[in-house]
Design a protein around this ligand. Structure first.
Ligand SMILES: [Zn+2]
Ligand SMILES: [Zn+2]
Length: 306
């Protein structure tokens, strides 16, 4: 398993990455005040992103949370090992919604890792109904905890805030994570950006946000009309243009890293998504230095360390 090194792209990158002496570890900006060089406080790793499986890891030195479990158990373990992670150190699994690209490996992973699964009660119910076997028996999660959108909670030293998003699932959420003075935002699988979302995403150092499709590619592509309608709807997925509009109008510009996520493999092209985002960001004063990364389905994204 290869860890993807992001190309610098066409964005001005003159200060990044800084040159470091051979053998020393590169710590991305900003370096936390009072923390010695090379120390990792908080990290974000995207193991996979897209309609064939989503999984990410948010970690501090003492807490490691998997966000979604859309890969098989085996593939998740393989990708965690590629990141140098020890699976026995995973603290919990957090679920955004019950679509299979977010829960396909949930039962197996939760059982194998024997960790609590945090999800909303309606999502838990929908998942249970979907995984019922022929006799109607529902496989149990070893431990589950229910949360509600808008009510924060804590897992180890990470504060989690779930917030509602518009998507065709029973109770879909995005998350922000707060630890060591760093805030991280996750918002994928949303048909549009409602007013509450920019509020939640304010002051994030890392933003993992959906850039699902290029409208032209989707319209002219091979999907049946009904599927096209679903993807484009207010409870479908966010287009490159809709994300660009958010960056132009409602984004506070706080993030050091923006990860474009849940890209459609058929109806988008990574460079189209990147170009739309970078153009929107560069149109705003002071935002040109943001680093735009692309999460992919096939490979683990190089961890972002803060
Ligand atoms: Zn999805
Ligand atoms: Zn979904």
């Amino acid at each position: 398993m290869k860890v993807v090194q992001q190309p610098a792209g066409e964005f001005p990158q003159e200060e990044f990455p800084p040159k470091v002496p051979a053998g020393e570890k590169l710590l991305p900006f900003p370096q936390p005040v009072g923390v010695s060089y090379g120390y990792m406080a908080v990290s974000v790793s995207v193991l996979a992103s897209g309609s064939r499986g989503n999984c990410a890891l948010v970690a501090t030195s003492s807490t490691r949370i998997l966000v979604d479990a859309g890969l098989s158990g085996r593939e998740t373990f393989k990708r965690l090992r590629a990141l140098g992670e020890r699976t026995e150190e995973i603290s919990a699994i957090l679920i955004t919604h019950e679509h299979s690209d977010h829960v396909a490996g949930l039962q197996r992973l939760a059982t194998k890792l024997n960790v609590p699964v945090f999800l909303t009660a309606p999502t838990h119910h929908a998942w249970s109904r979907a995984v019922r076997d022929e006799d109607g028996a529902i496989p149990e999660l070893p431990k589950s905890e229910h949360f509600s959108a808008g009510r924060g909670f804590r897992i180890g030293d990470i504060e989690v805030m779930p917030f509602g998003i518009p998507h065709d699932a029973v109770d879909p959420v995005g998350f922000t994570f707060h630890a060591e003075g760093v805030k991280i935002g996750f918002a994928t699988d949303l048909g549009y950006i409602p007013r509450n979302v920019p509020e939640h995403l304010r002051r994030c150092s890392v933003l993992v946000i959906e850039s699902n499709h290029d409208l032209e590619m989707l319209r002219s592509g091979s999907y049946p009309w009904s599927v096209k309608q679903r993807v484009m709807s207010r409870v479908g997925h966010l287009s490159n243009d809709a994300l660009a509009e958010f960056f132009s109008n409602d984004y506070d510009g706080g993030a050091e890293y923006i990860v474009l996520a849940h890209l459609s493999e058929q109806n988008n092209h990574p460079e189209r998504a990147r170009a739309a985002a970078e153009q929107a960001l560069s149109g705003r004063q002071g935002l040109w230095h943001k680093r735009v990364l692309l999460a992919t389905q096939a490979e683990v994204l190089e961890p972002i360390r803060l």
